[in-house]
Ligand binder design. Structure first.
Ligand code: ADP
Ligand code: ZN
Ligand code: MG
Length: 482
């Protein structure tokens, strides 16, 4: 390296993502697996690590892990074995975490990310192993308290290959990983609740080199954007270290969301410090091939496949399809609508517009909104056949949500039907022409755009009920007749 330009370095990133599985009970005991209970109310001798208690593997958690593994194109290990990862920390009552060391339940998978021009890049997934979550330390003013409710929550740790080359790729990988998992009904995937967490490993190396540089591991990011920002910061920090002739040291660094920088937490412990060994309380067992094949058959259509199919079957744009498939419920809703009404673009506009807005504003889901594909397509048809304007329809839609009534009832009760009666509209146009001589002059001198002003006035006067197409025609006709 002779000059200090950043382009002479290549970035290498690998991500470790922890996903909490939303099973009924914890990984190795019968305690409820729920978020938000009063501290230390979902605990028992097993997850508290009391002497003499024995863990039992949660079958549901195994099934969820297999489901995620298959969705990520992984091989599934038939041989299920758990190991103890030994360490001391106040949130870990047993002084070890039950995890999987050399035989993760899933390995050798991949996920695609978009890299522009409709191209996809394959990101390898090294492994995904089952383990249990630790408890939570709560730091109060004069003491640190521990809540063991989270202790023993089933976790799947998904480890990527160091295939990511910049922070945006890392961000896209996280988006697509979360999206794929969200289709499987196995996790909330909610970063705010901590049900999805990400540690990011990053190093730099001279462009063209095949050997990896020394990596640092970044923790404490609580959104995908924070992961991207932390990586950006860390990459530039590593550039500076290397250009100053120093070496990057292998360590764990914490992202500080306020100061927007990473700071060293500890230098990396070696793996053998954990003294992994097979957990003697959990006898290994094997999964049947038939079980795995049944899980494969039961997988839903995954977002990537659905996206491609929506482009093909409904001629949606990549933009529209990309939004619709972000939520499996929304995608299903779209398809139900498409079975009733064949203007797919219009359905899409409604879903990605008013419907999505209502979902966000009311912090709810499409399933919980009081609207069905039948009701929504009825409303769209009312715009299509000229009964109401698009503007009024948006209002009717909100009234439908609040009252549960269908579009026709609301239109009738509130007298919202569009005025398409020529005589009535002519009267309105007459009045506008008389009241706006200057605008009329503009129109007659060829300023077509001024017609829009009069149409707007007509809509205003009739509270959006005038048929705008007819108003426009009537104005044009009237003014061309002098
Ligand atoms: P460790 O033993 O430190 O946990 P692993 O080999 O298990 O390291 O890898 C952990 C994560 O770090 C993986 O996602 C992997 O892709 C990534 N990784 C490994 N080496 C590098 C590197 N040199 N630069 C960036 N990421 C790396
Ligand atoms: Zn328990
Ligand atoms: Mg590791």
């Amino acid at each position: 390296m002779t000059t200090g330009s950043q382009t002479e370095f290549e970035t290498v990133i690998g991500l470790e993502v922890h996903v909490q599985l939303s099973t009924q009970t914890k990984m190795f005991c019968g305690c409820r697996n729920v978020f938000g209970s009063a501290p230390n109310t979902n605990v028992c001798p097993v997850c508290m690590g009391l002497p003499g208690s024995l863990p039992v593997v949660n079958r549901e958690a195994l099934r969820y892990a297999v489901r995620i593994g298959l969705a990520l194109n992984c091989e599934i290990n038939r041989y299920i074995k758990f190991d103890r990862k030994n360490y001391y920390y106040p949130d870990c009552p047993k002084n070890y975490q039950i995890s999987q060391f050399d035989m993760p339940i899933c390995y050798g998978g991949h996920l695609h990310i978009p890299v522009g021009d409709g191209q996809l890049k394959k990101i390898g997934i090294t492994r995904a192993h089952l383990e249990e979550d630790a408890g939570k330390l709560v730091h109060a003013e004069d003491a640190s308290l521990v809540d063991f409710n989270r202790t023993g929550t089933p976790l799947l740790e998904i480890v990527s290959e160091p295939d990511l080359r910049d922070p945006q790729e890392a961000y896209d990988y996280l988006q697509n990983l979360k999206l794929a998992i969200s289709y499987l009904d196995v996790s909330d995937c909610d970063m705010e609740k901590g049900s999805l967490r990400c540690d990011a490993n990053v190093s730099i190396r001279p462009a063209g080199s095949t050997a990896f540089g020394t990596k640092t591991e970044l923790k404490n990011m609580n959104s995908f954007k924070a992961v991207r920002a932390a990586l950006e910061y860390e990459i530039s920090r590593q550039h500076k270290v290397v250009l100053a002739g120093e070496e990057v040291i292998q360590e764990t660094r914490l992202w500080d969301e306020n100061k927007l920088r990473t700071a060293s937490m500890r230098s990396k412990e070696e793996a053998h410090d954990y003294r992994y060994f097979p957990d003697p309380d959990l006898v290994p067992f094997t999964l049947a091939d038939s079980e795995i094949e049944a899980a494969r058959t039961a997988l839903p259509e995954l977002p990537e496949a659905k996206f491609q199919r929506f482009l093909k079957d409904y001629a949606l744009t990549e933009y529209d399809a990309g939004i619709i498939i972000q939520d499996r419920g929304m995608a299903d809703f779209f398809e139900s609508c498409a079975g009733i009404f064949d203007d797919y673009k219009k359905i899409c506009n409604w879903l990605n517009g008013s419907v999505l807005q209502a979902i966000n504003e009311r912090k709810t889901t499409i399933a919980q909104l009081d609207i069905s594909p039948e009701k929504l397509t009825d409303l769209i048809k009312k715009v299509d056949d000229g009964t109401i304007s698009n503007l009024v329809a948006k209002d009717v839609f909100l009234k439908m949500l609040d009252s549960g009534k269908d579009a026709s009832a609301i239109i009738e009760e509130e007298g919202l039907a569009q005025v398409s009666d020529e005589g009535e509209l002519e009267g309105i146009v007459d009045a506008l022409v008389t009241d706006n001589p200057q605008v009329v002059e503009q129109i007659q001198s060829g300023q077509e755009k001024a017609i829009g002003f009069l149409v707007g006035q007509a809509m205003k006067k009739t509270q959006g009920k005038a048929n705008p197409k007819m108003i426009r025609e009537l104005i044009t006709r009237r003014l061309s007749n002098g």
